[in-house]
Ligand binder design. Sequence first.
Ligand code: FES
Ligand SMILES: [Fe+2]
Length: 404
Amino acid sequence: MLRSTQIDLVSRLRDLVINKTTTYLDDLWLIPTSHYIDAERARREMDSLFAVEPVIAARSSQLAEPGAYLSVKVMGVPLILVRQDDGSVRAVGNACRHRGTQLVEEGSCGVAKTFQCPYHGWKYASDGRLSRVPHHFESFVPMEKRLWGLVNYPAAERHGFIWVRTSPGDDVLDIGALLGDLDAELEAHDLANWRLAREEVFDEAMNWKTVADGILDPYHPEFVHPETVGPYINNNVYVFDAFTEHAARLVMSKKSIGEADLDELHENPAKYLFPNYVLLPNTFMVFQSRHFEVWTIEPHPTDPQRSLTHIRILTSPGFTDETEHAEYVEQNWALFQKVAYTEDWGVARRAQKGIASGAFTDTIVGRNEAPVHFMHSFIGKRLGDGSDGLRLLGEGPQPSDMKC
Ligand code: FES
Ligand SMILES: [Fe+2]
């Protein structure tokens, strides 16, 4: 983050703290509870959002050399990511075009010049072209091999992440355009050179938006984290800057920002800031000076009340001592487990259960919940819901008028 941005952020946050105020929406909004439980809604999100928008599939460092491949499943779609000879990355379907057999084991990685199907030996080049069909001449003419390569999915690299779109095509993904000015800010962090220190995927009984609502929420820390991070954060005080409809920055502040004088703040502004970068549809990056905690949340492919959250810890290139690095990662992983897995997801799992109880038809977004509104209105626009998929409190049928 540029120093000028840090100074702007500390000034704005300090003003909010001193004036006992925060960032407010103009209105109150209602989110239908069906958005968190309904299978038809989940299908529409998959078709109109997740099959359309680029999402993060891996780190670039996981494909270090030409021929390096990684088998991943993104939104339920099995893909092989392959580093090409020219240094670019391709995403191809992990499914043989003959009878559909997966070419490589799910979750596997390695280096290969070709992929040979284990069933009848069809062979594909690392760019997905079909190069060999046993008994082609006698058995498959006039099938044209050039038309039977692996299915191509758009892929791109930016800031050390590999992004894919999970519907097939040859389109070019312009991630920089999606990020707007956030692109330069991530560049200033030199994010491409941060190291993937640890990763894990959590399959949890929560709709993906239930998890996302929590990471976008500046209203809860004092209640949910009273003994961990709560005492260090100004609860319910935040600034929220949208760069594009996909990208935003949510920043909270350290408790002491209200007492610090301006010289002190300007000397080390970063010390007072807790930034969280929002990369819609489904990635959130919490920045903590020496590491990023990156959350990429996927809907479960079949159960709207489950989701898969991929947590990645990326550490700063500034580490030189491996032992120190290992201890740092261990400590921060333990902190993630306590603060996020136990505390944040503890209430989020309960929220999902309450929503699923069917006791009411809407939840409510307060004026102090601009980041939550930002995400839900983005989804609503993608799904063509009108009114951003949400309703204003006081407009149309209201919860109190409705029979539940
Ligand atoms: S299914 Fe792959 S070669 Fe037959
Ligand atoms: Fe939290």
